[in-house]
Write a protein that binds this ligand. Sequence first.
Ligand code: GLN
Length: 200
Amino acid sequence: MSEPTIGVLGLQGDSREHLLALEHLGANAVSVRSAAGLAGVDGLVLPGGESTTLGMLLASSGLDGLLRERLAARMPAFGTCAGMILLSRTVLDGREDQRPFGAIDIVVRRNAFGRQIESFEADLDIVGLEEPMHAVFIRAPIVEGLGDRVEVLASITQNGESRPVVCREANVLVASFHPELTADTRLHGLFVDIVRASFA
Ligand code: GLN
């Protein structure tokens, strides 16, 4: 059986760790930095970084238009932290000209955890995973609204309210933390399964 190719957006942020996680799982993983590179992949990881900078780099590299088209055509995508912001429908506390891809029907707020706890770690129960996953949050976004088709796979409690931090809608998976920064590849494994299922 032929194996799908999974791209990792390599314009900014920690794309190398994502590539290593995918390779560890036996996936065929490549860095994507151009429209030609994007045309050759069957799924894409959008890493953390700074969503405003990533947005500008996507525009200047000529990737933005094709990425919008491919996401509209339901290419599988996995967005972590800033990548989750890029894939969302609406960004709160973003730049005025920030135009997310709308690939998953969620409303996210940037840098939502405030100054004191800009970065923190937590053990998360994630639907479908037997053991909790250790999660590293770095100036993370939170989900403040979601559509009916969005499945919440994990949440944390903030100021007494439960906030989704891992969500899925069809072939699009998002996490507000950085799964590539720990040795636990189970969330990447879920994405590899999504890409393989859509490729078969
Ligand atoms: N705060 C960043 C943003 O708004 C995301 C941080 C991250 O990706 N670690 O894009």
